[in-house]
Design a protein around this ligand. Structure first.
Ligand code: ATP
Length: 424
């Protein structure tokens, strides 16, 4: 665990409806403790006299509806109190959604399905977290649908996923992801394979619908769909696709009026579309910062939060694995086999021969049984991930980092564009 912060300590008296915003860079974590009053972090209530750690590279906010005193240890790069937050508007959205849930409950209907859209770094993930937290604190069991393949909060980057939220997010670790439903996408932007992206979105909607049929509480609670910050061209089309696949009732657009107007124009009239301001605390992250955040998610997958897990390293023979990449590189239309379109190509499973260039790549482990064919593999859910840490072409072996001990289950491996350096 992180050492107790030994840096200077500052006390903040927060008036009602204000928040303390933090940005931690450098190498030392900072800690925050609620001394008196009530406060929350993105919708999770803080426990009094408990120290919460914000590691380097993180941002956070402590908001209070009623006023509180917090103590801060350490030297964050940024720490200030803001009186200008959109929290009241966000709370109103929650109240609106809760009314829809209550009505769904009374009338035997399904609850609100909400899509959150907007450009990068406007706080989409944070708003989803807040609204999910408020819902679960009211006894609901909403589903988080994570379509952000770059900065997702459920699994590693390069995936889409769904998670049934049963308790508020942990302030430090986010939502507990014990049994998420995860699909392999393979890269950090939907643009690399939009056909696959849309197919996986449809797949998630299909599975969610099934769950809603079987589970009344999940159906009434509805879902929050977090999307990518790519909102132009195919990115915009992917939003429309997601809205229709999930048959959303509400679309929340953060910060961008143009996107709001476009969606209002292009979505059916019964979809409530609303525009909300972004929080001043949601500030832009550099490319480097995003890359680090992605790296951290992969590291956490293998080593656990605060290095609480011990992954396994072992060798597998080239001959023991079956590796595919989803999607063949695009070729000129004139060269395509008769009857095949460019789009079919995007879903094609291309066998990859193990070799040196596989080193450091992240691979999804897709379990199969003896009767499985390779057909539709890209739509099967992922059991876990491994990283190739070494390739020995002479001995024809790969060294892998895996959360589970040897051997690999009976599976097919889907390779990602994403690489991870296991620097321990
Ligand atoms: P992306 O498009 O990259 O997924 P996003 O729109 O989902 O971004 P978030 O990840 O929610 O944006 O927020 C961007 C960053 O700003 C995060 O590090 C988040 O913790 C931080 N942040 C959001 N709201 C606040 C706030 N009120 N105070 C301080 N930091 C905040």
């Amino acid at each position: 665990s992180w050492p107790s912060s030994s840096g200077p300590s500052t006390k903040f008296e927060l008036e009602k409806e204000t928040e303390l915003r933090l940005e931690v860079e450098g190498s030392a974590p900072v800690q925050v403790e609620l001394i008196s009053g009530l406060a929350e972090a993105f919708g999770t209530e803080l426990t009094k006299n408990k120290k919460y750690t914000f590691p380097p590279g993180s941002r956070g906010a402590v908001f209070t509806w009623h006023g509180c005193t917090v103590q801060l240890w350490g030297s964050p790069d940024v720490a200030y109190v803001s009186k200008d937050t959109p929290m009241l508007l966000y709370l109103n959205s929650h109240v609106g959604l809760e009314q829809m849930r209550a009505q769904a409950e009374r009338e035997g209907e399904r609850g609100p399905r909400v899509l959150v859209a907007g450009p990068s770094d406007v706080g989409k993930s944070t708003l989803c977290r807040l609204l999910l937290n408020y819902a679960v604190r009211r006894g609901r069991r909403p589903t988080l649908v994570e379509l952000d393949v770059g900065q997702g909060s459920v699994s590693v980057p390069g995936t889409v996923a769904a998670l049934c939220v049963e308790r508020p997010a942990d302030v430090e670790e986010g939502f507990s992801a014990q049994a998420p439903l995860v699909y392999h996408f393979g890269s950090t932007t939907p643009g690399t394979n939009i056909k696959l992206y849309n197919k996986l979105t449809s797949r998630l909607a299909y599975v969610f619908n099934h769950r809603c049929e079987a589970n009344r509480r999940a159906s009434v609670s509805g879902c929050l769909i977090n999307t990518c910050g790519w909102v132009k061209g195919s990115g915009y089309q992917a939003l429309i696709h997601a809205a229709s696949a999930f048959e959303v009732d509400v679309v929340i657009v953060l910060d961008q009026e143009r996107l709001y107007n476009d969606l209002r124009r292009d979505l059916p009239h019964f979809v409530h579309t609303l525009l909300l301001p972004k929080s001043g605390g949601a500030s832009e992250r550099s490319k480097e910062c995003r890359r680090e955040a992605r790296d951290l998610r992969v590291r956490e997958y293998f080593y656990g939060p605060r290095r609480s897990l011990y992954p396994h390293a072992f060798e597998v023979k080239f001959s023991e694995v079956k590796v595919y990449k989803v999607g063949a590189p695009s070729i000129p239309d004139s060269c395509l086999p008769l009857g095949m379109s460019q789009e079919d190509n995007q879903l094609k499973l291309v066998p990859v021969t193990p070799g040196r260039d596989m080193a450091h790549h992240l691979l999804s482990v897709v379990p199969i049984d003896s009767s499985s064919t390779d057909e539709g593999l890209e739509e099967k859910n992922v059991a876990g991930f491994i990283v190739i840490t070494g390739v020995d072409t002479e001995r024809q072996t790969l060294t892998v980092l895996s959360p589970a001990p040897r051997p690999l289950p009976r599976c097919v491996l889907l390779i990602m564009d994403i690489r991870f350096m296991d620097l321990k």
